[in-house]
Ligand binder design. Structure first.
Ligand code: FE
Ligand code: FE
Ligand code: ZN
Length: 276
């Protein structure tokens, strides 16, 4: 058994996403809390949310994983961009309160030349101000490929953010297989070693979700170009070992592979077959 799904469009509402994913054979999904490139998000009708929660319970769905906007940057050098990012974060968390106990993942940010330490401090400051409103939502920092000035390309950088909070704070990590590979972690030849390092630095108890992708590029490329499962440099055998790793059982696995709906259906089917 695995919780597997993909990103869906929220355009037709929340219950529609649940129905679509059930039709696709999956049992979790992700959605962008607003347009991936930023902009206003629609208001959330409570009936629609209630219908989704009912369906998710009936169908035995795992945790759902909302994704913050790509344009949200909590550690830009530009104060207006930071302020805008903070407003997106608090707005997203207010909406997530309607979906209690689910996950909200976001890209920690890009320090745009200030240096990682300054970026880490600004991300932590924004989270400190926003987390009290998060309620039952677990907020997840995504592991990044380390492209440009991205913060979060190493477990140590994520830990540096998390370290500024109390141990019981609902703050965790979403591990993106393409990103950690591109950041240099060898999940192909040394998956145990990578997860042991994650455990030693961050703690596996903080790992709440997986973004399940192959990568177009080699280890350490810092490129962040996702590929369909088995068509990239990580490869199907290694991805199967990730999905079946004892330390990762029970987590929601979200496909962010370059696919249409039919492609996602096939990948969901295949990943499920690894557990037969
Ligand atoms: Fe992401
Ligand atoms: Fe991702
Ligand atoms: Zn990516």
């Amino acid at each position: 058994m695995i919780y597997i799904g993909c990103h869906l469009s929220v355009a037709d509402g929340y219950a529609a996403m649940g129905q679509t994913m059930r039709d696709m054979g999956g049992n979790t999904f992700a959605w962008f809390t607003r347009n991936p490139r930023g902009g206003k998000s629609k208001d959330v009708p409570p009936d629609d949310i209630a219908a989704l929660l009912r369906l998710a319970k009936e169908a035995g769905f795992g945790p759902l994983v909302a994704h913050g906007s790509y344009t949200m940057n909590l550690c830009s050098q530009n104060p207006d961009t930071r302020k805008n990012g903070f407003e997106m974060l608090t707005g997203d968390l207010a909406r997530m309160a309607l979906l209690p106990g689910q996950l909200y993942n976001f890209h920690p940010g890009a320090h745009t030349g200030q240096g990682a330490d300054a970026g880490i401090a600004q991300i932590a400051d924004a989270l400190r101000a926003a987390l009290p409103a998060a309620g039952e939502t677990y907020v997840l920092l995504e592991t990044m490929a380390g492209k440009g000035s991205e913060v979060g390309g190493s477990f140590e950088e994520l830990k540096a953010v998390i370290d500024r909070f109390e141990p019981d704070e609902k703050l965790g990590v979403c591990l993106d297989t393409c990103h950690v590979w591109d950041a240099g972690y060898d999940i192909v030849n040394d998956l145990d070693g990578v997860l042991t390092r994650f455990d030693q630095i961050i703690g596996l108890g903080r790992l709440k979700a997986v973004h399940f992708n192959d990568s177009k590029n080699g280890r350490g490329s810092h490129k962040d170009r996702h590929e369909k499962l088995g068509l990239g440099q990580i490869g199907k055998d290694a991805l199967r070992r990730v999905a079946r790793h004892p330390a990762l059982q029970g987590l929601p696995f979200i496909l962010e592979t370059p696919n249409d709906d039919a492609g996602y259906r096939r990948e969901i089917e295949e990943v499920k077959s690894w557990f037969d």
